[in-house]
Design a protein around this ligand. Structure first.
Ligand code: T3D
Length: 262
């Protein structure tokens, strides 16, 4: 029996998705794409209020499984079609989720593997992990949102350096550059990421969904449009039970008990 390409577990309102092709550093094939999409998209309906994404074995994800891409008699593959069918829907699925997605980069994150991590909301990485925009090494461009995320996160100079040179950067550098939230000692990564995911899962879920929505809209909006959006989302947030509970708890000098309900 072949192992599941993504391991799924659920506890404390957190769905944990573990990429599980460790012999190939969790490189993507079609089965892993399908399983990951299903795990992400079904999590909220299964009661998750946060998701934790990580990898099995020594790597996080080495991008596309290149053994599926050796040119055969049929000529070159249509990579635009594979982006349309697999990578682009995956990035949209992560970004559009109404709950926070924590990524624990446990080892090397290369190619699409690096950019899928960057699509998540909060990225922690083991200090031994490396980020590699490996695309140019094989004549490709950063996909899975790489050309969008990189300049926004680290500025054009560093984005171009990463993309054109395809060199590895360490987790500490990634943190220092603002590419990720935090580098963590290897043996503490999973515990710290799980604690963070559980904390988010116990938070004001409706408010978090609107924080994500506003942040994602910001790069396409001018200030006036963004202020209008903030007004509309704040109006909605102000009507949630978690807002009422947050204010009550503050006044009563106690910890809020958020339910995440609409
Ligand atoms: O195609 C499309 O649909 C378009 C979309 C493209 C998206 C992309 O992601 S393109 C970029 C694809 N990824 C890469 O180019 C990265 C390839 N991998 C590497 O450069 C290196 O493996 C790493 C720098 C990530 C790690 O190096 P290292 O020395 O730590 O490990 P290794 O020995 O290279 O890899 C360990 C095993 O994993 C090895 O198998 P083996 O020899 O033990 O049987 C290696 O072949 C395998 N592996 C690693 N990455 C891939 C892979 N097998 C298939 N595809 C991979 N991407």
């Amino acid at each position: 029996m072949t192992a599941a390409p993504v391991l799924v577990s659920h506890a404390d309102d957190v769905t944990t998705l573990t990429l599980n092709r460790p012999d190939k550093l969790n490189a993507f094939n079609e089965e892993m794409h399908g399983a990951l999409r299903k795990g992400l998209e079904s999590a909220p309906a299964n009661g998750a209020r946060a998701i934790l994404l990580t990898g099995a074995g020594s790597g996080f994800c080495a991008g596309q499984d290149l053994s599926d891409r050796l040119a055969g008699n049929a000529g070159p593959p249509d990579l635009g079609a594979t982006l349309d069918s697999y990578y682009n829907p995956l990035v949209r699925a992560i970004r559009d989720l109404p709950i926070p997605v924590v990524c624990a980069v446990n080892g090397v994150a290369a190619g699409a593997g690096a950019n899928i991590a960057l699509a998540c909301d909060i990225v922690l990485a083991a200090r031994s992990a490396k980020f590699i925009e490996a695309f140019a090494r094989i004549g490709l461009i950063p996909d899975s949102g790489g050309t969008w995320f990189l300049p926004r996160l680290v500025g054009e100079a560093r984005a171009k350096g990463l993309a054109l040179l395809g060199e590895a950067i360490e987790a500490d550098t990634a943190e220092h550059w603002g590419l990720i939230w935090k580098a963590v000692d290897d043996d503490a990564l999973l515990e710290e990421a799980s604690t963070l995911a559980r904390r988010l899962a116990a938070g004001p879920t409706q408010g978090y969904a609107r924080i994500k929505q506003a942040m994602h809209a910001a790069s396409a909006n001018d200030l006036t449009a963004q202020l209008d959006l903030e007004r509309d989302l704040q109006r909605e947030a102000g009507r949630t039970p978690d807002y009422a509970e947050g204010v009550r708890a503050f006044m009563e000098k106690r910890k809020p008990g958020f339910t995440g309900k609409a």
